[in-house]
Design a protein around this ligand. Structure first.
Ligand code: 5RP
Length: 224
């Protein structure tokens, strides 16, 4: 199967599973990326009713609105029942690297207020240890040089990504980190002055993961 077919498969499998549990008072959290786009397509075809969605990016907001799905302001929502998102890497303990699409900060905010986080990936995203995919770090533009120096002193090789995030910040993509303790790395990078968010999702990791295997079969795994 092609990578696009796998994304579609895994999004559909997660959607079918969640659709059976939908309740009319649910607010869904919607991540960002090509896999989540497939999930939004499923939502749009569904006759299930729910309150609406909180979105992690302008891209997802635009897609949801194009399907006439209500997008709510995060400040107006008391609870997000389920957050659905993809990932760039997933380790065996369900710690993630996210932010390849640049939406890491809003993604982490939605993950932090969700009762459940369901991650949808194809098996190419599964890794024994995080760090082969450069860790995206969102930083205030005025601090990009200072943060890059700090990340360098931790052994990383930061590279400034072109463009700005939806929040008007820049992203440093940091290669060379050996992330054997994701929570330690998440906290230590977050503590650098000028950092807005790191793309290591260890403190708010998913409870469930749907994985599309290369042959198209789907694994539904519960968190360790
Ligand atoms: C965006 C993300 C995405 O979840 C991640 O990049 C995976 O994207 P895709 O589903 O397109 O492979 O973190 O910031």
């Amino acid at each position: 199967m092609t990578p696009d077919e796998l994304k579609q498969r895994v999004a559909e499998a997660a959607f079918i599973y969640l659709e059976q549990q939908f309740q009319t008072n649910w607010v869904l959290g919607i991540g960002t990326g090509s896999t989540v786009n497939c999930f939004i397509d499923c939502l749009a075809r569904s006759s299930q009713t729910f309150v609406g969605a909180v979105s992690s990016s302008v891209q997802s907001t635009d897609k949801l609105k194009a399907y006439n799905i209500d997008v709510l302001d995060i400040n107006d929502v008391s609870a997000v029942m389920v957050y659905i998102d993809g990932a760039d890497e997933v380790d065996p303990t369900f710690a993630l690297i996210k932010g390849g699409g640049g939406a890491l900060t809003r993604e982490k905010i939605v993950a932090s207020i969700a009762h459940r986080f369901v991650c949808i990936v194809d098996e190419s995203k599964l890794v024994p240890r995080l760090g082969e995919f450069p860790v995206p770090v969102e930083v205030l533009p005025l601090a990009s040089r200072a943060v890059a120096a700090q990340l360098g002193s931790l052994g990383g090789h930061p590279k400034l990504r072109s463009g700005l995030t939806d929040n008007g910040n820049c992203i440093l993509d940091v290669s060379g980190l050996e992330i054997d303790e994701p929570e330690y790395w998440e906290r230590i990078i977050n503590d650098i002055p000028g950092v807005v968010t790191t793309g290591i999702f260890s403190i708010h990791r998913p409870q469930e993961i749907f994985v599309a295997r290369a042959d198209g079969n789907i694994d539904h795994r519960m968190g360790p």
